[in-house]
Design a protein around this ligand. Structure first.
Ligand SMILES: NC(=O)C1=CN([C@@H]2O[C@H](COP(=O)(O)OP(=O)(O)OC[C@H]3O[C@@H](n4cnc5c(N)ncnc54)[C@H](OP(=O)(O)O)[C@@H]3O)[C@@H](O)[C@H]2O)C=CC1
Ligand SMILES: CC(C)(CO)C(=O)C(=O)O
Length: 298
């Protein structure tokens, strides 16, 4: 299987490592020439959760310099970085017959990816925690599943290929349910860990953070009209436990001084709430608090 992974951040480096470990022919497409050169020179080092480090010699190029057709394109950029990737998927003959797989948090991208010209389009939610250590090194800081689904069309060969123990991939029949479940967890974990600058596990052990987490959780549940409260709550605490040593992707953005995905997560919920005339004061508070924090130069 020829795989193009787009985005050399935490999840891109982790996915490129795992897919190479599975025996795929992987090329990693980065935003900068410098990172592509560093990967070509030094390969990628992945420290798997609770296991040894593994080293992979890997092909890398600056996006969108595709030299050969890909069977699968795994998109690992942030949600607000998708526009150039979507334009490329619409225009390039190199990926006309490929299957794009989107791994972003949030749900705002669902409607645009449904409209891509490819006949099969996939998306998924990542429950692993990952930290990019350098241009070529990544650490898997927490283990969870990779929940995948077909947004459009279906392909049994790719499904079989991705159901590999290394990926811990689980296929879901209900895309919206799976995305909402993860959105609910991200709407709680990401802003709180970024505001209080703590690892995900702090939400389990700090009484006051747990109380704040529950306030955000109840609000998001009502916006999304979720029925099984106990199941959603268990899912949230499981993610906190599985990734307790991770600094969330939003906290990393705050630390790096890069834009966060607050718009795609809490912003999405606020829009849904407005459409239903539902007040969401806690979600609005963390939304604006993160926006304010984004403006503070680290
Ligand atoms: N990290 C985590 O633990 C988890 C993350 N996620 C989700 O996964 C997605 C990716 O997150 P994460 O890996 O943490 O984010 P990162 O910011 O670490 O990685 C995104 C990468 O995409 C690169 N990029 C941006 N635009 C382009 C482009 N046009 N072409 C090629 N590369 C590009 C960036 O380059 P550059 O660095 O040069 O700007 C960056 O390296 C997000 O939606 C996040 O919410 C989900 C679960 C866990
Ligand atoms: C799974 C989790 C919560 C891991 O930190 C994540 O999705 C993120 O950091 O964006």
């Amino acid at each position: 299987m020829k795989v193009a992974v787009i985005g050399g951040g935490a999840i891109g480096l982790l996915m490129a490592s795992m897919l190479t470990e599975m025996g795929s022919n992987v090329t990693l497409y980065t935003r900068t020439e410098e990172q592509a050169n560093a990967i070509m020179k030094r390969g990628v080092k992945c420290h798997y959760f609770g296991k040894n480090e593994r080293y992979y010699p890997l092909h890398a190029r600056k996006f969108p310099d595709l030299k050969e057709e890909a069977d699968l394109v795994v998109i690992c950029v942030k949600q607000h970085q998708l526009s150039s990737v979507l334009a490329f998927l619409k225009q390039s003959a190199m990926v006309r017959h490929a299957i794009p797989l989107f791994l972003q948090n949030g749900m705002g991208h669902l409607s645009s990816i449904e409209q891509l010209p490819q006949s099969v389009v996939m998306a998924g939610v990542v429950e692993h925690g990952a930290l990019r250590i350098s241009e070529t090194d990544v650490q898997q800081t927490g283990k969870g599943a990779l929940r995948l689904f077909f947004v459009k069309g279906n392909n049994q060969d790719v499904q079989r290929y991705l159901q590999h123990p290394i990926l811990d991939a689980v296929f879901s029949e209900n895309a919206r349910h799976t995305m909402e479940e993860k959105l609910l967890a991200n709407a709680v974990i990401n802003p709180l860990t970024a505001l209080f600058e703590v690892e995900n596990g702090a939400l389990l052990h700090n009484e006051s953070l747990r109380t704040l987490a529950l306030m955000l959780f109840e609000e998001a549940r009502s916006v999304l009209n979720r029925s099984d409260r106990e199941k959603d709550l268990a899912y949230l605490w499981n993610i906190c436990e599985g990734t307790k040593r991770n600094r969330s992707s939003m906290l990393k953005d705050i630390e790096n001084g890069t834009p966060t995905e607050i718009e795609a997560i809490s912003g999405y919920l606020i829009k849904q709430a407005e459409a239903q005339n539902l007040p969401v004061p806690y979600t609005s508070f963390v939304y604006h608090a993160i926006k304010a924090k984004e403006l503070v130069i680290p």
